[in-house]
Design a protein around this ligand. Structure first.
Ligand SMILES: C[S@@+](CC[C@H](N)C(=O)[O-])C[C@H]1O[C@@H](n2cnc3c(N)ncnc32)[C@H](O)[C@@H]1O
Ligand code: SF4
Ligand code: SF4
Length: 369
């Protein structure tokens, strides 16, 4: 009983520290520029930190990924999805809202498949945001169906981040995604959307053997389009294809050199979102061929289109609830086969996560040069 009361007092004090006007976050954000157009405010950030600390301590998720459909209008070379699934069982916006409320994570990700294929995607965004069960809402898309109209609708409905996948800084992207004209479409659309000044667009690049030499040009492309960029590591687990893995001496050397250059570039202009620690672990992941201590099912998990819970996109055993998943999967999980963003950002200890929080806030609130 005393232990329970002590933990409640500790949680209350942490909440005060981050959310009250004299708290850490407010001190940090006092010099915010007046022209911050992002729809994520410092109080939202404070709420996210509070939710994160509480969920970390109580073993509830830091990130929930809603895979709203497994249908897709691309057929990428690194992915096991592709093509339209007929008669897929899909839960409705109000069910996403109910799940968000009950799981109450600081960060919700909408993904797939291709989420923009859902005709009710704006309603899903709105329902999740209005449920008040999340602080930060992001959506990952291949961008095929992205245009000014749906971008503005999603922004208005409360979307905080739009992640758009980009694997090459030119037409090789079309070949990799098996979708002709996609690069040209992104090249025309993204700079135009960035002009609204919401600073919510982030390119998502999965590092493979094939785009290793393009990682710096991709960062330059992001700068040119006036958007940010985030890198994650290719995993062969989706397709069983190891030919995109980086595992031989020469490629690993180039990877190390390039990542150190990206770390330097990040210091000069803040449009690269990976932390130094995540970058260094990405090198380690490719060197070792795996990354132990995955917290799938505990710190994050995936909700399937029909509402079933699965630990991650690569282990699709279905569970009734999180407790069941932790007991029957997470407790004995030895898999370390990926180092994608959802796990790299939730792996660290609470102290490390708190230490990195102002860095993420800086991208949202402080205008870079
Ligand atoms: C599965 S997709 C779903 C969202 C959307 N269809 C898209 O491509 O952005 C989410 C992210 O996973 C990445 N991805 C797909 N296969 C991967 C793999 N084998 N290893 C690492 N990332 C992968 C994609 O590049 C994309 O950025
Ligand atoms: S990576 Fe995304 S766009 Fe490509 S096939 Fe997979 S789900 Fe579709
Ligand atoms: S390392 Fe974790 S997130 Fe990645 S495939 Fe394995 S269980 Fe899933």
């Amino acid at each position: 009983m005393t232990k329970f009361l002590n933990s409640q007092v500790a949680l209350y004090k942490l909440r005060q520290l981050w959310t009250k006007p004299h708290g850490i976050w407010y001190k940090y954000s006092i010099n915010l520029p007046a022209n911050n157009m992002s729809n994520f405010s410092p109080p939202d950030a404070a709420r996210a930190v509070w939710r994160g600390v509480r969920n970390y301590i109580t073993k509830r998720p830091l990130v929930v990924s809603f895979e709203v459909t497994l249908s897709c209008n691309c057929n990428c070379r690194h992915c096991d999805l592709g093509g339209i699934i007929r008669d897929e069982k899909q839960i409705k916006p109000d069910e996403f809202a109910r799940l968000t409320r009950s799981l109450d994570p600081p960060l919700v990700q909408i993904s797939g498949g291709e989420p923009l294929l859902r005709k009710d995607i704006v309603d899903i965004v709105r329902a999740i945001k209005q449920s008040r069960g999340t602080s930060y809402l992001m959506l990952v898309t291949n961008g095929v169906l992205l245009n000014e109209h749906n971008y503005l609708q999603m922004h208005k409905a409360g979307l905080n981040q739009l992640s758009v996948s980009l694997d090459f800084p030119d037409e090789r992207h079309d070949d990799f995604r098996r979708h002709r004209g996609l690069y040209k479409h992104l090249d025309e659309t993204l700079p135009q959307l960035a002009r609204f000044g919401y600073r919510d667009i982030i390119l998502n690049t999965a590092i493979t053997k094939d785009n290793l030499k393009d990682l710096l040009p991709l960062a330059q492309k992001a700068k040119e389009w006036n958007v940010s960029i985030s890198y994650s590591a290719y995993t062969p687990l989706r397709t069983g294809n190891s030919s995109y893995s980086i595992n031989d001496g020469g490629d690993l050397e180039l990877l190390r050199k390039t990542i150190y250059e990206l770390i330097e570039l990040k210091k000069r202009n803040g449009h690269i979102t990976n932390s130094r620690a995540v970058f260094l672990n990405t090198i380690k992941f490719f060197e070792q061929g795996h990354m132990p201590n995955c917290k799938a099912g505990v710190r994050f998990f995936v909700v399937m289109p029909d509402g079933a819970f699965v630990p991650c996109s690569l282990h699709r055993h279905r569970y009734f609830n999180q407790r069941d998943m932790m007991k029957n999967f997470s407790r004995t999980n030895q898999c370390g086969a990926c180092y994608v963003s959802i796990r790299s950002y939730t792996d660290p200890s609470i102290w490390k996560l708190l230490k990195d929080a102002p860095g993420y806030g800086k991208r949202l609130f402080v205008k870079s040069a």
